[in-house]
Design a protein around this ligand. Structure first.
Ligand code: SF4
Length: 534
């Protein structure tokens, strides 16, 4: 019945449970919260915690080495922490000789070995995993209880009630509803603190002449993490990304320290520069908290509380605090609610009927477009990009060039350390690619090279000209942007937020319109996108 004697391997012991258990509490790699509902009810004498490292989670999309390393290192630290807290932990490492390398078959194997009456887990963050576990439990003939994920601030039934009767959900409406419901940044009369719900107008400054923030806190990998880094390098040698720049918190203590570091050093100017991009400055004033939040090492409530405390003490201004709070209680919860509300078929939507391939340089960063080279280089180095780089550079290019939404969604899922399907899919397929017909956003975030020029210094060292839409020096973003508007003129003519710009595109003289479309076609062929235009 007891856990086997630990044998150390890279600082991580063998953790196995033998004999029958009453409840088997399954903990997935993005559920590392010791206070989660299934772990709160754990009976340490009769129940056991099960955790599986399986290759399928790193290969169903070719996961960036740092993303895989982050999940595995955080899982091992969490398992050891639970073991030390007196829980019986059944942990199957990646290099276990009998590992079947899929979550479903590992669950079946654990059920056969430990003969639990019930398997309990928190609802997974992905339809694919949820369905795999349900099928595995059925095959194994064991009851599976999935508990709601209490990490989030909005219960899914509550979100569905908010959605009821809305033809089109609008993030801003949801955000205001959240502010009121959660009583965040409200005056005593219920109006928003500062007299406005957002301060976006103050939050669009370019980085030029801004003070450099100190380097963000980056925990030094301990023996367990170092062993995982070696394992990932060996096992997933051909996967994208580099491990040398691994800098992510893998324990709750380190995640708490990362939160404090952000609030103290970067939150005060976070809002002002949140849309800025700058060559060689990957982190700017961003929080870098999405990875520990999505692994559940941090709770959104404590992040919001820390930001509000900084505002109340005068350490951070309202435009920054409101901007951060909006991401946590607004955008993050909205996206997650929509993911589950839309159902498992959501991932197949392709309303703009785009079918192009993802250019090869997304995996290598090898392109002469400086903005993409910078953003992709950063992703390969750290598995990280901030929201404007994701939306307006890597995402915008895929949208304009005509890449199939699933190809770019899978790339996002593979390449960012904070990627879990509930966040990546609606954010990419919906917000970036507009492939859900406007469920997540009322218009696509299409922009020409001019936007990138305004918000960054990338264009100053690029061989292309962001103001030019035809000719050899024309910025590919700018060519593709006008081509996109022409391709989808009929589609977006009736969209209030797009009508004017579509009219401008149609007013371009016919000869130039043809030149734009020819150059776009040529670029697509050259970049290996080819096309499936509307
Ligand atoms: Fe990117 Fe175009 Fe600017 Fe070059 S000119 S950096 S391709 S936006």
């Amino acid at each position: 019945m007891a856990a086997k004697e630990p044998r150390e391997s890279g600082g991580f012991p063998t953790l196995r449970v033998t004999g029958p258990v009453r409840r088997l509490v399954l903990v997935l790699g993005d559920q590392l919260d010791a206070a989660a509902a299934p772990l709160r009810v754990l009976d340490r004498s009769h129940d056991a915690v099960a955790m599986f490292e399986v290759a399928e989670e790193a290969t169903h999309v070719p996961s960036h080495k740092q993303r895989t390393a982050l999940f595995l290192a955080a899982m091992r630290h969490f398992a050891l922490d639970r073991h030390r807290a007196g829980c019986r932990v059944h942990y199957i490492p990646l290099d276990d000789a009998e590992n079947t390398h899929a979550l479903g078959s590992e669950l079946e194997r654990a059920v056969r070995a430990l003969r639990p009456e019930t398997v309990v887990c928190t609802q997974p963050g992905e339809w694919r995993v949820r369905q795999a576990l349900e099928r595995a439990a059925e095959r194994a003939g064991v009851a599976l209880e999935m508990r709601p994920d209490e990490h989030f601030l909005t219960d899914l039934a509550e979100f569905d009630r908010w959605m009821a009767g809305r033809r089109r959900p609008v993030l801003e409406h949801f955000y205001r509803w959240q502010r009121r419901r959660l009583d965040v940044l409200l005056s005593s009369d219920g109006s928003p603190v500062g007299g406005a719900w957002n301060f976006d107008a103050e939050n669009r400054r370019a980085f030029r002449n801004a003070p450099q923030p100190p380097p963000p806190y980056a925990p030094r990998p301990d023996a367990i993490t170092r062993a995982v880094l070696e394992l990932v390098e060996r096992r997933f040698a051909d996967h994208p990304g580099r491990l040398a720049g691994f800098r992510w918190p893998v324990t709750r203590a380190a995640a708490r320290r990362a939160l404090a570091d952000f609030v103290r050093h970067r939150l005060p100017l976070f809002g002002t520069y949140q849309d800025a991009m700058w060559a060689g400055a990957p982190f700017l004033y961003h929080s870098l908290l999405s990875a520990p939040l999505n692994l559940k090492l941090l709770n959104p409530r404590e992040c919001v509380a820390a930001a509000l405390a900084a505002y109340e003490s005068g350490a951070a201004p309202l435009n920054s605090v409101e901007g951060f709070v909006r991401q946590v209680i607004g955008w993050r919860e909205f996206i997650r609610g929509l993911y589950w509300h839309a159902g498992p078929e959501y991932g197949r939507r392709n309303e703009l009927d785009q079918h192009g391939h993802l250019p090869e340089f997304y995996w290598t960063g090898d392109t002469e477009m400086v903005c993409l080279r910078e953003c992709l280089g950063q992703v390969l180095e750290y598995g990280y990009g901030h929201h404007i780089q994701r939306l307006m550079v890597t995402g915008n290019f895929a949208l304009l060039a005509g890449v199939h939404p699933r190809h770019i969604s899978d790339w996002y899922l593979a390449m960012y350390v904070d990627a879990v399907d509930w966040v990546t899919l609606p954010n990419t397929l919906g917000m970036v690619m507009h492939a859900d017909g406007g469920l997540v956003g009322t218009k696509p975030y299409a922009a020409s090279g001019r936007y990138i020029q305004r918000m960054s210094n990338y264009c100053s060292s690029c061989r292309f000209n962001p103001a030019q839409r035809v000719g050899d020096d024309a910025c590919p973003f700018t060519t593709f942007y006008w081509d996109f508007l022409l391709r989808y003129a009929r589609w977006f003519r009736g969209n209030r937020r797009m009508a004017l710009i579509v009219k401008n595109a149609q007013a371009i003289p016919a000869a130039e319109r043809r030149a734009i479309q020819q150059r776009a076609q040529h670029l697509r062929a050259e970049l290996g996108v080819s096309t499936g235009a509307a």
